[in-house]
Structure formats: structure tokens, C-alpha cells
Design a protein around this ligand. Structure first.
Ligand SMILES: NC(=O)c1ccc[n+]([C@@H]2O[C@H](COP(=O)([O-])OP(=O)(O)OC[C@H]3O[C@@H](n4cnc5c(N)ncnc54)[C@H](OP(=O)(O)O)[C@@H]3O)[C@@H](O)[C@H]2O)c1
Length: 245
């Protein structure tokens, strides 16, 4: 699928990795539906950067994806504004340290609802729009740690493991019109408050001995959309080899 002129919904697009994905897609000629939850100012700035930088249409959409109804409505709002949805990138996520003994049912539900349930209901709502225009692509942004879970973020890691199962199931359910693939990033952009000692340990742990960049993830997303018409149900690690270490 060529991205030129296609309507792409990116969740959690306003900042960090989502912003990089949106910019890379805008650069390839996509028209962008930029979802945000709290980062309205950053989302508006990104929309104007895309319009000015690439001359592409971009609009912002607010939704709290911990609410399944808002997730389902988001795809319809985008389709009403643009007339179609060709690609969905499920990028929004919560990433919180949750110590085993202190993890509450609310912590568990927040991780599952944003990281796993929302991608399901967004896909359910977007798929009919994709089929109406002859096909589409769904890209799920997982995490290498869904395959090798950390113990201090069990709900997060389990939600990302579930996202890989969802990726497989959707690839089967939505074939042959819609291809569904995942990108599993390693450390590409640490949280702003990440302790320096731990940062060095993260770098040492990956065979490539460096952090990746959000652009590495964005390029994998572009590849799976533009170069991956015969690929479905795949989960591509972009992790400096962390999974095989
Ligand atoms: N950064 C890394 O090194 C890394 C490593 C492995 C995997 N990943 C994966 O890559 C993706 C992007 O990573 P990131 O570090 O850029 O993510 P992030 O900064 O932790 O979160 C991305 C966005 O998710 C949105 N979000 C959070 N809760 C939400 C809710 N209730 N409803 C709607 N949106 C919500 C936020 O939007 P607002 O700001 O608008 O509220 C946030 O900006 C994630 O799926 C992450 O798991 C990242």
C-alpha cells in the first residue's frame, strides 16, 4: 500500500514515539488523524508541523482510551472527518512501574484497557471503513518485554503479550483485505525521569550496545505499511537484539 493520500489514524500521536511515527507517515504523503488524550497543545503543534512541513491534511482527535466506548467512537469520528480510514496505528499506551505486592485491580485494569482492549475496539470500529475502501492495514506497537516480561511492570508486560496474541487473531480474522502486524520496540526513548544508572544497564543489555530512536520504530511502521503487502500476523522486534540476548 502506498501511503500517498491515505488516511492514517495514529493513537497517542502527540509526543515521543507517536509523534515520530506521525511525522514519518506525513513525510510519505499520508493524511493524518492525530489522536491524543491529555496532550492537546502538542497534538495541535504536530498537526501544524505536518501541514507546514509536508503540505498534508492533519486533524486532532481527543479520546480517553481507557474507556472502550471512546475507543470505538474515535475511529468513526475520524471516518466522518476524512471520509475513510485506511490505516490504524495502535501506539497509545500506559507504562507504569507497578510493584508486585502493591499492584491494585485499578492498575491492572488501566494497563489492560489502554494497551490491549482499546486496540481491539479501535480495530473493530476501523475494519468496516477499511473494507469499504478495498482494504487496509493495522499496526500494533507492542514491546519486546511482552515476550520477556519485567517483574516490576507485570500488568504492562502482560498487556503487551496480549497485544501480540491480538495481532495474530486480528490478522486471521481480517484477512485477506486487511493486514495486521506488530512492531516490538526495545528501548528507543526512556522516560524523562529514568535513573542514569539504569540507563547504562539498558544500553549494556542489548547486543547493539545503544539505545534505538523513535525514528527506528517509525521506519518499521512505514515498511510494514508500504512494503509489507504480503506480510500479516508478524511481530517485528526493533530492539537492538534485546530479545535474543
Ligand atoms: N519508549 C520506548 O522506548 C518504548 C519501548 C518499548 C515499547 N514502546 C511502545 O511504543 C509505544 C510508544 O512509546 P512511548 O514511550 O512514546 O509511549 P508513552 O509516552 O508512554 O505514551 C504514548 C501516549 O499514550 C497516550 N495515552 C496514555 N494513556 C492514555 C489513555 N488513557 N487514553 C488515550 N491515550 C493515552 C498518551 O497520550 P497523551 O499524552 O495525549 O495523554 C501518551 O502520550 C507504546 O505503545 C510503548 O509501549 C516504547
Amino acid at each position: 500500500m502506498r501511503l500517498q493520500g491515505k488516511i492514517v489514524l495514529v493513537t497517542g500521536a502527540a509526543r515521543r514515539v507517536g509523534r515520530s511515527i506521525a511525522l514519518a507517515l506525513g513525510e510519505r504523503g499520508a493524511r493524518l488523524a492525530l489522536h491524543f488524550n491529555r496532550s492537546r497543545r502538542e497534538a495541535l503543534r504536530l498537526a501544524s508541523d505536518i501541514k507546514e512541513g509536508f503540505g498534508r491534511d492533519a486533524a486532532v482527535f481527543q479520546a480517553d482510551l481507557s474507556d472502550a466506548r471512546q475507543a470505538a467512537r474515535l475511529a468513526d469520528s475520524v471516518a466522518r472527518r476524512f471520509g475513510a480510514v485506511h490505516v490504524l496505528v495502535n501506539n497509545a499506551s500506559v507504562y507504569e512501574a507497578t510493584r508486585f505486592g502493591r499492584t491494585s485491580p485499578k492498575d491492572w485494569d488501566r494497563n489492560m484497557s489502554v494497551n490491549l482492549r482499546a486496540p481491539f475496539f479501535l480495530s473493530q470500529a476501523a475494519a468496516p471503513w477499511m473494507r469499504r475502501s478495498g482494504g487496509g492495514k493495522i499496526i500494533n506497537i507492542g514491546d519486546w518485554a511482552g515476550e520477556r516480561p519485567y517483574t516490576d511492570r507485570i500488568p504492562y508486560c502482560v498487556s503487551k503479550a496480549g497485544l501480540v496474541a491480538l495481532n495474530t487473531a486480528l490478522a486471521k480474522e481480517l484477512a485477506p483485505d486487511i493486514q495486521v502486524n506488530a512492531v516490538l520496540p526495545g528501548a528507543v526513548l526512556l522516560p524523562d525521569d529514568y535513573p542514569p544508572g539504569k540507563r547504562a544497564a539498558v544500553i549494556r543489555a542489548a547486543p547493539l550496545k545503544r539505545l534505538g530512536t523513535p525514528r527506528d520504530v517509525a521506519e518499521a511502521v512505514v515498511f510494514l505499511i508500504e512494503g509489507g503487502d504480503f506480510i500479516t500476523g508478524a511481530a517485528l522486534p526493533v530492539d537492538g537484539g534485546r530479545l535474543i540476548a
